[in-house]
Design a protein around this ligand. Sequence first.
Ligand code: GDP
Length: 442
Amino acid sequence: MSQETIYALASGRGRAGVAVIRLSGPDAFTALAALTEGALPPVRQATVRSLYSLDKAFRIDQALVILFKGPASFTGEDVVEIHLHGGPALISATFDQFANLTNLRSAEPGEFTRRAFEHGKLDLTEAEGLGDLVNAETHAQHQQALRQMRGELGEIYTNWRQDLISNLAHLEADIDFPDEDLPEGVAGAIRPKIKQLESEITAHLQDGKRGEKIREGLDVVILGAPNVGKSSLLNKLARREAAIVSDQAGTTRDVVDVHMDLAGYPVTIADTAGIREASDSVEQEGVRRARARAELADIRIFMTSAGDPPVEESDFADLVEENSFFIINKMDTVSGDKPPQIGRVFPVSVKQEEGLDPFLEALEQEVVQQLDVSGAPSLTRQRHREALEECVQCLQRFAVAPDPELAAEDVRLAARALGRITGRVDVEDVLDVVFGDFCIGK
Ligand code: GDP
């Protein structure tokens, strides 16, 4: 158990109907006792108590208190939640009392969750999921975070790791106890299993970075010559004045980002400086950045004005992809019949707000398709990706390892890489499986 007891405001800052102060550690209960009168209430039972200063000279508030006896608590330690009225003065008065108690200190950021991890209440992916849940701004982020916090992602890695460890146990038994009465051809039997695992992990890695994009937002860029109406479109999309609209060519000199929620998914739409032969150096820099950004984008929207040559004839024709969108703007300036929408080509008038709905619908569909959260959980961080890639490399080395010791080492390293993702790296469980499975030396 950690020696110090920590406390912090668990709810948001500022005035509110209710504020929640949380304490965790060996002195959590005694700290509450010091601020209240009479016996402590039973655990896990919300109870009204008056809170006083330590010397009982004044009353702080009437609060609802709940005690959780470790290890059956969020952190695994003794935890107290104090629900008081959400006023700055009474919260700081409470903190002042805690500051005068020994062995209490205010918590560092993330320290409650860290203690929960240290006491085995959460694995690292679940702790990350909890962090994402608090930060979620869109429905997709919310759902993904909830699944990760509930352990769906960690479970995948834990199961893979268990598989590896059990295979490793068999391999090691074969190395260490060649005379024992072991099943025939252990190493031979393991190879196809490891190969199967390697393909599963490789498939999991080839997810189009779905999970990471749900966390960070899908990158969409609007590309086109100056003055075709890119900023106007962005402003319409964002329903606010996010980029400067001007009728002078080359005013959007850098990249303007707008973060938005499209069909529940987070999207960052960037308005880029017009890609064209830029004369002045500031604009050239803008063009360079626009191109760099466009190259990395998940979805590109190419914009021209009515009467302009098609995108295919422009300098950035090489950036066109199968999932790109094409907008021909300023249709209001064209007399006579307007061209129909064909496939991903949308004739619109941003100014008159004509033709934008079908485009938005198609864009939303594309976003949903790229980020769909309904399938198997995806990895959500570069950290996961790196560990999984390392794991695959180890398994590939295993397949060509010249001798059993090296083969076993590759499997051990592969398991360790997976263990780093969930934060459960230990060797004891290898031994458990060896003795559990084979009963060697019984
Ligand atoms: P950008 O340089 O591509 O970002 O273009 P802007 O959005 O700054 O627009 C350039 C000019 O075109 C502005 O004067 C806009 O008002 C005008 N504009 C934008 N969309 C339309 C449209 O659909 N029809 C007409 N007639 N003008 C438009």
